[in-house]
Design a protein around this ligand. Sequence first.
Ligand code: UDP
Ligand code: MG
Length: 321
Amino acid sequence: MTAVQDTRREAIALSVVVPIFNEEEVLPVLAERLRPVLDACGEPYEVLAVDDGSTDRTPPLLEDLHTVWPELRIVTLRRNSGHQAALTAGLHRARGAHVISMDADLQDPPEVIPDMLALARADGLDIVHGVRIDRSTDTGFKRRTASAYYWLMRRLAGTFVPAHAGDFRLLSRPVVETLKTLPDQQQIYRLLIPWLGFPSGQIAYRRGDRVAGTTKYPLRKMTLLAWDSITSFSAVPLRLSTVIGAFSLVVCLAFLVWTLVVYATGSTLPGWTSLIITVLFFGAVQLFCLGMLGEYVARIYTAVQARPTYCVARDTDEDQQ
Ligand code: UDP
Ligand code: MG
């Protein structure tokens, strides 16, 4: 890295990380709304568009935007690695003194960015969470599942998790550097970042409609995120297996007493139904507990493999070197 680039690295006040996956309809509107807000801040900034292996017209559209918007930096991942991995790629490469992450679909309004920055500076905060006060534009199903998710996370992971704070947030350089020291596993940032314990604040905002295109978070990915969140922040499911095991032991003992009583009274033959029920019940309990254990073994397996969660094919900033 040359001295000139080094000074540029120091100079960037704000990086905006935007994970993008097949957002051809959204990109022009995103640039139209985001650029004036950032230009008006009057400070050097960069927008890190992380192309998460898009297969539509997103890559050429980004290239076009890059030619007219020098602050737009494109980081291309080799394949679709998921929203959180794309965020990781962006956070790892961002150079700003503050880093903001936001979705490409403008559900997180760019107009809130200057307020976040002002709040962080005024109150000396390292983290400013964007908290959704109004989710009326989300579907009823999404709202209900989201409420259940945050309720469960606050119960399992701890009350430090702010409710309805998604991935629209501001981080200071020290927070980003701390995140970079953590092992490169699939991170659940909305739980991990509050857990770090840096001074943090919140800014409420109205969550708008996705401006175009369709959600890239189908039910399957939402379920996966919820399950990952639980297993990465809580051993409660494992303990649940112990509780279920203890409960079945009690049931077992009761059955034992009952069997002995039936044996003593001499009527031991008609017992097929109870036998089948017992076999099925304990078979199910054992499989359930084994499965639970398996989930955690799988996490250990992934951690031991230590594969990177993303591979960068290209970073437009490195083109110029
Ligand atoms: N996204 C991504 N990789 C994926 C899925 C989504 O980078 O595999 C991006 C997507 O382009 C968007 C953000 O993550 O910028 C949030 O996705 P989306 O708006 O579809 O989620 P929702 O708001 O419906 O939960
Ligand atoms: Mg969205």
